[in-house]
Unconditional design. Structure first.
Length: 80
């Protein structure tokens, strides 16, 4: 159980919601990185089906996987 103090609540209000967001891998776009160890994927958020972004994922990933994103505003640059 998480208990927030008043000061913590004020900090969260100023910084926005800092909880992790869940996103489903919709499409695997390809491999990137100097050695191909990073996979670029398009994900859609479980709480907002209309919103999707491109992210880089290190490690094994496939379509349908659920990712926990600690930061959900930043989008990865496209592969070249």
């Amino acid at each position: 159980i998480l208990v927030l103090l008043e000061s913590d609540q004020l900090t969260m209000d100023k910084l926005g919601d800092t909880r992790p967001k869940l996103a489903r891998v919709k499409l695997v776009l390809g491999r990137t990185g100097s050695r191909g160890t990073v996979t670029q994927v398009r994900v859609e958020f479980l709480d907002d089906e209309n919103r999707s972004i491109v992210r880089n994922v290190k490690g094994p990933v496939r379509e349908g996987d659920i990712l926990v994103l600690l930061e959900s505003e930043r989008e990865a640059r496209r592969l070249r």
